[in-house]
Design a protein around this ligand. Structure first.
Ligand code: NAP
Length: 294
C-alpha cells in the first residue's frame, strides 16, 4: 500500500498564507493583530519554539512583542507581565511559553491571561467552552490536527479514532473535539493512557491512531491495522552521533516500519509541529477581529 505522507509544512504554509491575507484585511480595516510572548528562563528548546513562533508572526504580518524574564523571576514579576499584556491595546493574544522554570505556578499564570486573549486555549473558560461546543479559542495542537486531517482529505466522521495520551494540551482536548457532533468531529473516540492494560488491543481496531505520548516509537507498526491513518504528535530527542547536535528527533510512532502499512502518516519533524504554530497565528487573528468588533 502506498502511504500518503501528511506534509505538515506544506499544509501549514497554505494556512499561513491565508492568515497573511487575513492580516492584510485587518490592516486595511485599521488594526494589526498582535501577539505578546512571555519567555521565562533560558531553556534552549523553549527559546527555539519562541523564535519559530515570532518568525511565523513576522511572515504573516502579525506584531509580536517578546518579554524575557530571568529564570529567577518571582511569580509576582511574571504575573505583572501578564497583566501588562492583558492591558495592552496592541496585544490581542498572549503566549506564555511552557514549561516555566517553576512548574508549580503555571496554572496560576495561565489563569491570569484574559480568556479573550488566551490564544493557546488553555484557560479554564476556553476549555469549558470548547467542551460545551461553544465558540472558544481551541488549543493549537488538537486544532491543527483537525485541519491537517481535513486538508489531507481524511474524514474523522464515522471513524474509530484511538488517541494515546490524555494530557490537557493534546490528548484530552483532541478526543473531545473529535467526538463532538461537528463538521470535523463525529468520530467514535477511545482514549488510552498508562492505565490502559493492553493499548495494542485498541490501536489495532482503530481507523485513525493519534499518538501523543512523548516516548520514542512506543506505537509500533504491529500495533496498527493495514490502512490505518497515523497522526504522530510526539517529538522526542534520541542520541545520534552522526548528527552535529548529537541527537535526532523521532516521534512516538515507528515511522519507517509503518510506511507501506498505514494509509497516511505524519512525519516527525514536519508533521503536527508546523500546524501547531499556524493555529496560534489563526487564533491571534481571530482574537484581534473579535476585539476590534467589541
Ligand atoms: P504529557 O503531558 O507528558 O502527556 C503524555 C500522555 O501520554 C499522558 O497522558 C500519559 O499517561 C501518556 N503516556 C505516557 N507514557 C505512556 C505509555 N508508555 N503508554 C501509554 N500512555 C502513555 O505530554 P504532551 O504534552 O501531551 O505531549 C506528548 C508529546 O507530544 C510530547 O513528545 C510532546 O513533545 C509532543 N508535543 C508536540 C507538539 C507539536 O506541536 N508537535 C505539541 C505538544 C506536544 P498518564 O496520563 O497516565 O500519565
Amino acid at each position: 500500500m502506498e502511504t500518503q505522507i501528511l506534509d505538515g509544512k506544506q499544509i501549514a504554509a497554505e494556512l499561513r498564507e491565508e492568515i497573511r491575507l487575513a492580516v492584510e484585511t485587518c490592516q486595511k480595516e485599521g488594526f494589526r493583530p498582535g501577539l505578546g510572548v512571555l519567555l521565562v528562563g533560558d531553556d534552549p528548546a523553549s527559546r527555539s519554539y519562541v523564535t519559530a513562533k515570532e518568525k511565523a508572526c513576522d511572515a504573516a504580518g502579525i506584531l509580536s512583542r517578546e518579554v524575557k524574564l530571568p529564570a529567577t523571576a518571582s511569580k509576582e514579576e511574571i504575573l505583572a507581565e501578564v497583566d501588562r499584556f492583558n492591558a495592552s491595546e496592541d496585544i490581542n493574544g498572549i503566549l506564555v511559553q511552557l514549561p516555566l522554570p517553576d512548574s508549580s505556578i503555571e496554572e496560576e499564570v495561565l489563569n491570569r491571561i484574559l480568556p479573550e486573549k488566551d490564544v493557546d486555549g488553555f484557560h479554564p473558560v476556553n476549555v469549558g467552552r470548547m467542551m460545551l461546543g461553544l465558540p472558544a479559542y481551541l488549543p493549537c495542537t488538537p486544532h491543527g490536527i483537525l485541519h491537517m486531517l481535513k486538508r489531507g482529505g481524511i474524514e474523522a466522521k464515522g471513524k474509530h479514532v484511538v488517541v494515546v495520551g490524555r494530557s490537557n494540551i493534546v490528548g484530552r482536548p483532541l478526543a473531545n473535539l473529535l467526538s463532538q457532533k461537528s463538521e470535523l468531529g463525529n468520530a467514535t473516540v477511545t482514549m488510552c493512557h498508562t492505565g490502559t492494560p493492553d493499548i495494542a488491543a485498541f490501536t489495532k481496531e482503530a481507523d485513525i491512531v493519534v499518538a501523543a505520548v512523548g516516548r520514542p516509537e512506543v506505537v509500533t507498526a504491529d500495533m496498527i491495522r493495514d490502512g490505518a491513518v497515523v497522526i504522530d504528535v510526539g517529538v522526542n530527542r534520541v542520541p545520534d552521533d552522526s548528527k552535529k547536535s548529537g541527537f535526532r528527533l523521532v516521534g512516538d510512532c515507528e515511522y519507517a516500519a509503518m510506511l507501506g502499512k498505514a494509509s497516511a502518516i505524519t512525519p516527525v519533524p514536519g508533521g503536527v509541529g508546523p500546524m501547531t504554530i499556524a493555529m496560534l497565528l489563526f487564533n491571534t487573528v481571530e482574537a484581534a477581529k473579535r476585539q476590534a468588533a467589541s
